[in-house]
Design a protein around this ligand. Structure first.
Ligand code: ATP
Length: 331
């Protein structure tokens, strides 16, 4: 089985013990390990794929706890570095009663931001069949240079590059800077996944249609995906495009749904890239990825909610309980 190497940040989200409060009103917080690239690595491994995580953690209890979570989930940890001087990143995050997400980051700087190019495990990166990354690792040096080097080394060694920008606007100096930097590595990727919110942000266009999505196309791209939450996803390749509906579930926490979707997609295509050229097979893969995303919304937290292969398959077989949305309102 081909190795999927996921590059970037792993951190701990501190989430309020009660829902619908602001950070300052919360009586207490629970630790919720996360970081999109780490979630993707765990998603792949839970589904039976081979995954490695490359990034830097603090040489503190939290950092070693996070590395332990990766190992427990079968993720290769040979690309993890520990920083003696900086702490593992923390983020306090809440969904307030007005529906707005409130973030407070402790990254001043945190260990993930301090990964240097010379610390990269190049042998591990060269063995990747798929190399996956986001954009948070582009925000500051030296991590930005490490990101660029890892991407280059993986590409040279023949890996398929997969990019999910995972926009976190508050971490950037300005929206313009976020847009510029996220787009600066756009044409390197073979597979790109954005959410509807990111599509609007990156294109500065509120019209959610095929034309807007296609404005993100680049000549070397093999697959562009737009995830739409409870409406499923839309896909674009050079030769075909369409949409795949998701499944009706009781969503309690959507954190990690996108990472679960990406993990499922990459696990399905790492050993068989012909899926990218065959629409019927791609649609099957996307039904599976949608199912994994949907399952992830049914439990609290990202990592505890990522499904195993058998959970995802039995969910898909269980057609009586899982009614698909009959009508998909096209992008
Ligand atoms: P996040 O950043 O929260 O991890 P995202 O915005 O990148 O997620 P979403 O579009 O929320 O990604 O979700 C990814 C996929 O998960 C969707 O394409 C869909 O298949 C599935 N999904 C998400 N939310 C729901 C839901 N409420 N009901 C059913 N399926 C869902």
């Amino acid at each position: 089985k081909g190795l999927i190497v996921s590059f970037g940040e792993m951190l701990i989200d501190f989430v309020p013990t009660v829902s619908g409060v602001s950070l300052s009103e919360s009586p207490g917080f629970l630790k919720a390990p996360g970081g999109a690239p780490a979630n993707v690595a765990i998603a792949v491994s839970r589904l039976g794929g081979r995954a490695a995580f490359v990034g830097k953690l603090g040489d503190d209890d939290f950092g070693h706890m996070l590395a332990g979570i990766l190992r427990k989930n079968g993720v290769n940890d040979q690309g993890i570095n520990f920083d003696k001087g900086a702490r593992t990143a923390l983020a306090f995050v809440t969904l307030r009663s007005d529906g707005e997400r409130e973030f407070m980051f402790y990254r001043n700087p945190s260990a993930d931001m301090l990964l240097r190019p010379d610390e990269l495990n190049l042998e591990l990166i060269r063995s990747a069949k798929v190399f996956h990354y986001g954009s948070i690792s582009l925000i500051t040096e030296p991590c930005r240079s490490a990101h660029m080097k890892a991407m280059e080394v993986a590409k040279e060694a023949g890996a398929l590059l997969s990019y999910d920008p995972n926009l976190r606007e508050p971490l950037w100096p300005s929206p313009e800077e976020a847009r510029t930097q996220i787009m600066s590595i756009w044409d390197k990727a073979d597979i790109i996944k954005v959410s509807d919110v990111e599509l609007e942000f990156l294109t500065e266009n509120k019209t959610m249609d095929d034309k807007t999505a296609m404005s993100l196309w680049h000549p070397n791209l093999k697959l562009l995906l737009v995830t739409l939450g409870e409406k499923g996803c839309t896909y674009f390749t050079k030769n075909f495009h369409g949409s795949v509906e998701t499944y009706l579930v009781d969503a309690v926490d959507t954190t990690g749904a996108g990472d679960s979707f990406v993990g499922a997609l990459l696990k399905q295509i790492v050993d068989d890239q012909s899926v990218l050229k065959d629409e019927a097979r791609l649609r099957k893969v996307l039904r599976f990825a949608n199912a994994c995303g949907a399952i992830t919304t049914t439990k609290k937290g990202a990592i505890p909610a990522l499904p195993t292969d058998s959970e995802a398959l039995s969910f898909l077989k269980d057609k009586k309980k899982r009614q698909t949305y009959l009508k998909f309102s096209k992008l």
